[in-house]
Design a protein around this ligand. Sequence first.
Ligand SMILES: NC(=O)c1ccc[n+]([C@@H]2O[C@H](COP(=O)([O-])OP(=O)(O)OC[C@H]3O[C@@H](n4cnc5c(N)ncnc54)[C@H](O)[C@@H]3O)[C@@H](O)[C@H]2O)c1
Length: 323
Amino acid sequence: MKSKILIIGACGQIGSELTFKLRELYGAENVIASDISYSNLDIVNSGIFEIVDAKNYASVKVCVEKYKIDTVYLMAAILSATGEKYPMKAWDLNMESLFHVLNLARAKFIKKVFWPSSIAVFGSTTPKEYTPQYTIMEPSTVYGITKQVGERWCEYYHNKYGVDVRSLRYPGIISWKTLPGGGTTDYAVEIYHKAITDGFYDCFLKEDTMLPMMFMDDAIKATVDIMATKKDNVKIRSSYNLAAISFTPKEVADSIKQHMPDFKMTYHPDYRQEIANSWPKSINDSYARQDWKWKHQFNLKDITQEMLFQLNKKYKASINESK
Ligand SMILES: NC(=O)c1ccc[n+]([C@@H]2O[C@H](COP(=O)([O-])OP(=O)(O)OC[C@H]3O[C@@H](n4cnc5c(N)ncnc54)[C@H](O)[C@@H]3O)[C@@H](O)[C@H]2O)c1
């Protein structure tokens, strides 16, 4: 029997692309997209869509029972930059939603859970270069705190109750289909949009701020792979370090200039600089590479080429539509 999948937070940056990929792999009828509102019409109109409030246990359970769901991808969250503006909202959403899904798995309504963690679990006392899987973790943002606590609970539910929960510490994710939702690495998406629309970008991080990043296709592949691998291969039940590349804003600007020599960039660091300063510069993901054979594909040159190509097409199409 085919797996029945529910994606919570399917209208977001990662949830939307994950929905399309899972529908392609497992059949549109087996993948139910859900979110708190109809904020992404591409997703709402592309298959089965339900309004589900991740903070409400009954709301999630009704949907799980209605479609006989066995696997949940919990993508709803408040991210790092927005979390600093609304700390209690971030705590409530990020923790309550996780407990609801873990408790549904504990009660055997569902069999398998994917829950993303983040490089935000690390803090300024963590070794910054090639950050190991097991190291000092003293996150300074409320978002990072929710992810660190969430990791502990995932491992606890696995050890105590046998819940099959799988997790990845995503780095900053770069994509062109859906805009990012309030993270510290959002500059690495905005820059490509502004390069095309304005030929200019004013960056909210300093030019030499090195952060771990990943192209969306790689992030989706990692997510699909860890969920598809045999249970025994998933040896870490808190969350796996996951890496592709690391770069600075200046390096992205330089790679854009290879295609658009007149592109200009200025730097006006804001509150997000402090968040970025507390995060690793690069990540050691050898456990993921060893346990379930993770391998990334896209480097900065590939990402810039694909982002500029796809966004150019998208903006041209929207100009033509409005004519
Ligand atoms: N994007 C990144 O760079 C990145 C990096 C590390 C980790 N992550 C993690 O990946 C996951 C997905 O991130 P994203 O970038 O797609 O986030 P996003 O902000 O783009 O999307 C989150 C989605 O959750 C929905 N949502 C909010 N409250 C909800 C509720 N009560 N019930 C149901 N849905 C609700 C929002 O409407 C939105 O569509 C999050 O857990 C995030 O912490 C993302």
